[in-house]
Design a protein around this ligand. Sequence first.
Ligand code: PGA
Length: 253
Amino acid sequence: MRQPLVVANWKMNMTSPEASVYCQRLRTLMQETTTPAEVVVCPPYTAIEVVRAAFVGSDLAVGAQNFYPAPKGAYTGEVSISMLKALDCRYVIVGHSERRLRFGETAETIGEKVKVAVEHGITPILCVGETMSERSLGMTEKVIGQQLLTCLKHLQSDQLAQVVVAYEPLWAIGTGRSATAKDAAQLATYARQRLQRLMNGDTDAMRILYGGSVAPDNIAEFAAADGVDGVLVGGASLDPDKFQAIARAYEVK
Ligand code: PGA
């Protein structure tokens, strides 16, 4: 049985004082829920410590949005995996489409990050997704399959269970236009089967999330989707009330 996972990706939002106010509110709100989901907040680097401290003694976890895969050294402006580990980050988002498109991150670099994160015991949340034009050409599965294989190629098959995959169609991110739960479920099944076949790995234990315009008014369908083990939430995660409503959708009725 895979535990549902609900992840906030704050992107480049929230100063540390704002993060502190948010976390107090979220902690209070989470006391009202019996959600079985693991709930994680990934703030910008500058607010990780504030979020970590605010969550001590709760079930909430902190994660990061990125890191650089070298151990340490002359990489001005970068942050290493050990630095995240020292801040109790349990997860790190890797290969988000904004990083691929705006910062030129290649599948090669992403693959390296996945490996380094796994080796350090931090779970990478690997983002994959197709563009609208790839989708209209019927290439969604091919594109996702390729992204998964290139980004996971450095792992041993028994390490697959230590990775979370987030299916995030590019056209659904920040647009208010989500994929359907059926699309997400189909893609999750496809990804699981393909990785099982090609890497001969334990994909039954691997969690697959959906991301892209998830909000309180559409979460029920994703929470009920077969094989979709949770969500990665951008815009709606900036409001603690909305984010809690999303986590609550996993409560057993
Ligand atoms: P969104 O972003 O929820 O604002 O669409 C999701 C993401 O980019 O992870």
